[in-house]
Design a protein around this ligand. Structure first.
Ligand code: PLP
Length: 432
C-alpha cells in the first residue's frame, strides 16, 4: 500500500520556489526514478529515517556513503557536542588535526603527508592540480562513468573513441578544459594501452576509483590496478586513487591497502568525516611538498581541518577500528545480497548483483557488469518501479540505478529479514 507523503509533497513545492530544483544536490531528486517529490526526512537514528509524514524507512542510502556506523551514533554525536562547546572554528592549527592525520596515515601508509579539505570534490580537484604541478604536464586520464566530484576537469565525458579527447559533460565547462581529459572504459587494459601510446608523454595522472562505487559496485579485474600503476609510471605520470567512497568502507584502510597496490596520491572523503563535511588528500612526501606553503601549488580553505569534522572523523574511525566491524558488514551484505539474488531467481527477474563487503549493487540485467556500458544497459524502468515499490515498503534506496546499497553497523538481522520480505513483495508486484 502506498505510504502517504503529503507533507513531503507540500515541502517539495515550497523548496522548488526557493532552492533550485528543490534539492541541494541533484542526486537527491527523484528524476532518475520517474520524478515527483523526493521524501523529506525529519530525523534519523541508527538504520532508520523518519520522514515529515511520520513514515519510517530502513536506510540503505547511508547519505551516499558517509554514514557507515548508522545515524546519530553515540560516539560521533558525543564527539561533536563536546567539541562544539569549545568553539567550532579557530583558523589556527589544532592538535586534533595531527591526531587525525596520523590515524589516516597509519591506515593508508601511501599518504605520508595529508591535507584536509571540505569535500571529496575539493580533494580530487587538488590531487589533479598537484599531479600537474609535480609533472609539469596537463592531461588527465580517467574512466567512464566514475564520478569524481563536480570540478571542471572531471565533468568531462568520453569522446567518440578511446583515443579521442573529452567533451564537456556539463554546461559551463570550456572546450579547452575538456581537451585535457581522456576518458576510457574501466577494466579495459587495451584502451589504457592505446591512450598511453598516444598521449602518454602528456599525461600528468591517471585518476581511478580503484573499486568503482559510482555505477553500482564494480571491482577491478585481477591485475588491472597493477597494470595501471606499471604503465602510467613507465609513461612518467602519476596514479591518483579516488578513495572517497572506498576508504574505510571494506576494511580499515583503502582499496590500496586491501589489494596492496599503492598510488602516488589519494583523495579521501565521506566516511572519514563521520557524517560531517570533509575531504582530504595525501601522498608521497616529495609530491605533497609541492603544496603551499612548502611549494608552488596553491590550495587553501577557511573551514579545512575544522574541529568538528576532525572530532567526528576521529570518533568514527575509532569505532571502525574495533575488531569484527568489517566482518559484520560483510556478513550482512552477503545475507542481503544473496537473499535478493535468490528471490530474483524465484520470480524469474533478471538481476546481477555485484557486492563487496557491506556494499552492493543490484542491476536489472542478464549480463555481468564490469564497466559503465554494462551498468547503463541495466533496465532503468525496472529499477524505477522497484525503487517506488520498496519506498512504499518503508525501504529507502538511493534514487538511481547507478547507486549502491550501503549497509551500516546499525542494521540488525531483523532489518535484513524485513528488507528481504519487502523485496519479495516488490518482485511479486513487478511480475504482475
Ligand atoms: N569522488 C567519489 C568517488 C565520489 O563518489 C564523490 C561523491 O559522490 C566525490 C568524489 C565527490 O565528493 P563530494 O560530494 O564530497 O564533493
Amino acid at each position: 500500500m502506498a505510504l502517504k507523503r503529503e507533507r513531503s509533497e507540500q515541502l517539495y513545492k515550497q523548496a522548488l520556489d526557493v532552492i533550485v530544483g528543490g534539492v541541494n544536490s541533484p542526486s537527491r531528486s527523484f528524476r532518475a526514478v520517474g520524478g515527483g517529490a523526493p521524501v523529506f526526512m525529519k530525523r534519523a537514528k541508527g538504520a532508520y529515517f523518519w520522514d515529515e509524514d511520520g513514515n519510517r524507512y530502513i536506510d540503505y542510502l547511508g547519505a551516499f556513503g558517509p554514514i557507515i556506523l548508522g545515524h546519530a551514533h553515540p560516539a560521533v554525536t558525543e564527539a561533536i557536542v563536546q567539541t562544539a562547546a569549545d568553539g567550532t572554528l579557530y583558523g589556527t592549527p589544532t592538535e586534533k588535526e595531527i591526531r587525525f592525520a596520523r590515524m589516516l596515515r597509519e591506515a593508508i601508509p601511501s599518504c605520508e603527508q595529508i591535507r584536509f579539505v571540505n569535500s571529496g570534490t575539493e580533494a580530487v580537484m587538488t590531487t589533479i592540480r598537484l599531479a600537474r604541478a609535480y609533472t609539469g604536464r596537463d592531461k588527465i586520464l580517467k574512466f567512464a562513468g566514475c564520478y569524481h566530484g563536480h570540478s571542471d576537469l572531471v565533468l568531462v565525458a568520453a569522446g567518440s573513441g578511446p583515443s579521442t579527447l573529452g567533451i564537456p559533460d556539463s554546461a559551463g565547462i570550456p572546450q579547452s578544459i575538456a581537451q585535457e581529459v581522456i576518458t576510457i572504459p574501466f577494466n579495459n587494459l587495451d584502451a589504457l594501452r592505446e591512450a598511453l601510446d598516444r598521449w602518454g608523454d602528456q599525461i600528468a595522472a591517471v585518476l581511478v576509483e580503484p573499486l568503482v562505487g559510482n555505477f553500482g559496485i564494480v571491482p577491478p579485474q585481477p591485475g588491472f590496478l597493477e597494470k595501471v600503476n606499471e604503465w602510467v609510471h613507465q609513461a612518467g605520470g602519476l596514479v591518483i586513487y579516488d578513495e572517497v567512497i572506498t576508504a574505510f568502507r571494506f576494511h580499515y584502510g583503502g582499496i590500496q591497502t586491501m589489494y596492496g597496490v599503492e598510488p602516488d596520491l589519494t583523495a579521501l572523503g565521506k566516511i572519514i568525516g563521520g557524517g560531517l563535511p570533509i575531504g582530504a588528500y595525501g601522498g608521497r612526501r616529495e609530491i605533497m611538498e609541492k603544496v603551499a606553503p612548502m611549494g608552488p601549488m596553491y590550495q587553501a580553505g577557511t573551514m579545512a581541518g575544522n574541529p568538528l569534522s576532525m572530532a567526528a572523523g576521529i570518533a568514527c574511525l575509532e569505532v571502525l577500528s574495533r575488531p569484527g566491524v568489517y566482518e559484520r558488514l560483510d556478513e550482512m551484505g552477503k545475507r542481503l545480497a544473496d537473499g535478493i539474488g535468490e528471490l530474483a531467481r524465484n520470480y524469474g527477474i533478471p538481476v546481477q548483483i555485484n557486492r563487496q563487503g557491506g556494499a552492493f549493487a543490484v542491476y536489472f540485467t542478464e549480463e555481468p557488469v564490469i564497466d559503465y556500458e554494462g551498468a547503463q544497459r541495466a533496465d532503468s524502468e525496472m529499477f524505477a518501479r522497484f525503487f517506488r515499490l520498496m519506498l512504499d515498503e518503508g525501504i529507502y534506496l538511493a534514487p538511481s540505478k547507478y547507486e549502491a546499497w550501503f549497509l551500516t553497523l546499525a542494521h540488525s538481522d531483523e532489518d535484513i529479514s524485513d528488507t528481504l520480505q519487502a523485496v519479495d513483495h516488490a518482485f511479486k508486484q513487478m511480475k504482475k
